[in-house]
Each structure stands twice: as C-alpha cells, then as structure tokens.
Design a binder for this molecule. Structure first.
Ligand code: CTP
Length: 228
C-alpha cells in the first residue's frame, strides 16, 4: 500500500531472457514484480522469496555460465515492514528508517569457484554515463557493463527503446562499444549475439592453446627419443 521502489518496467531484462531462450540457452529469469509475461515455455516459481519471482526455461537448471543483471534493484528498503497501513498523524511525520539491500551483482562477481565465467551488469546513469559506468565495472568486479542513460528526457525507463554502450575489460583497459538507438528487443538480441561471438572466440582460443600444448609435448617426446 505504501512502499519505496525503484521505477523499472523490466522490459529490457525480459527481452534478454526471451532472446537467450530463442537462441537455445537454458534460462532462469529472476524478477521483481513487473507487469510482463515471462517468455513462453517455462515454469513460474516464487522460490520462497517474497521480493523476487523465478521463472525457469524448459530445460533443467544448471550452474549458470552467464549471469546478466539487468534489474534496477532498489538500493534500500524500509527497515521495518509494517503489518498495518501507516496512519497519518497530525503531530509528526513518520520516521523512515532504511537499510541497504545486498549488492547482488558485486556478490556474484567475487572471484571464486562458483563465479559464473561471464558476469554482465547494467549501469543506469543520469550523468557522466561512461565515466560512471567504467567506475561501476571496476567497483562491482563484473566482466561487462551495459550502460544506459535513464534520465527522464531519454524515455528509457518504462519505454520501448534504449541506447546502450557495452563496456568490457581488455587487460587493464576498458573498451567502450556504443550501439545506435534500438528497441529493447533489438538490444537483447544484439547482446545475446555478442555473448555467442565471445564464447565462440574463447572456445577457439582454448582449442588452439590445447593444440599448441599437444604439439609442444609431442616435440619434446620426439626429441627425448632421439639418440644423443
Ligand atoms: N545491482 C545489484 N544489487 C543492488 C543494486 C544494483 O545487483 N543492490 C546491480 C544492477 O542489477 C545493475 C548494477 O548493479 O546490474 C548497477 O546498478 P545501478 O542501479 O546502475 O547502480 P548501483 O549499484 O545502484 O549504484 P548507484 O546507485 O550508486 O549508481
């Protein structure tokens, strides 16, 4: 009845889940309350958490290889959720105590065995978009950040279009790839295509490294067999 929330339609995150599902990925979508239908072919499940609902694609869940954090998570929540409606008082405003919500992206990005190999965050900014997004990429420890300007004049919040910049790490540098204005569905498809390309490049690199190490092992073996 009375609550504090971040304003967000969820359209971009749902579009990404649908694009990943259409590309053949096993998708688990974790969502706050939005007025959108989950992609077809999955099961709804509240997962016991009143603050999030969880939807799974048709395939069984597995440890995530790619985690994408598109949600505009509220930074704070009220410390004490009331059981009853707050009534107005003529003498004083109600005290409002806030506690910080856990930072999901920063937590999942921490190095460790359970870290997904590719963690992608979003940066919702209203000023200094690229500089703030670069700082966020470093601070959160994720691999890529999709930065978007969410100032009211852009119409991104709740709208159907988005203009994004994909920031990725390249050694100590951060590369910025600026995309043209697109619908949120087009951004989603482009992001999934970019991820697929990245995975393909990584697997080709891994194959060629493996082939090189097999080659150098066999050269060592051959030279060991030769008489001195
Ligand atoms: N995020 C998160 N948990 C939070 C807050 C944010 O996982 N408690 C994630 C968002 O899903 C997004 C990224 O962190 O992928 C950046 O969110 P954003 O709202 O742009 O930034 P904040 O972390 O809230 O920082 P600030 O408000 O200072 O810009």
């Amino acid at each position: 009845m009375r609550y504090i929330a971040n304003r967000s339609s969820g359209k971009q995150g749902y579009a990404i889940a649908a694009a990943a599902q259409a590309a053949g990925a096993d998708v688990t979508l974790i969502s706050g309350p939005v007025d959108l239908d989950a992609p077809e072919g999955g099961d709804g499940d509240a997962g016991g958490n009143p603050r999030a609902t969880c939807w799974r694609g048709s395939k069984p869940p597995c440890p995530p290889y790619i985690a994408i954090f598109a949600a505009a998570v509220a930074d704070w929540r009220v410390a004490n959720e009331g059981e009853q409606k707050l009534k107005k008082s003529e003498t004083a405003l109600p005290p409002l105590q806030l506690v910080e919500n856990p930072d999901l992206l920063a937590t999942i990005s921490k190095p460790g065995e359970k870290r997904p190999p590719l963690v992608i965050g979003f940066a919702a900014e209203t000023e200094h978009l690229i500089d703030n997004a670069k700082a966020k990429l470093k601070r959160k420890g994720c691999d890529w950040i999709v930065a978007n300007d969410v100032s009211p004049s852009t119409g991104v919040m709740g709208g159907d279009r988005n203009t994004v910049h994909l920031l990725s790490r390249n050694g100590d540098d951060i590369e910025v790839d600026s995309w043209p204005v697109m619908t949120k569905e087009q951004v989603a498809v482009a992001l999934i295509a970019h991820i697929a390309e990245h995975l393909l490049t990584k697997s080709l690199q891994a194959n060629s490294e493996q082939a090189n190490s097999v080659d150098s092992e066999s050269i060592e073996d051959n030279s060991a067999e030769k008489p001195a």
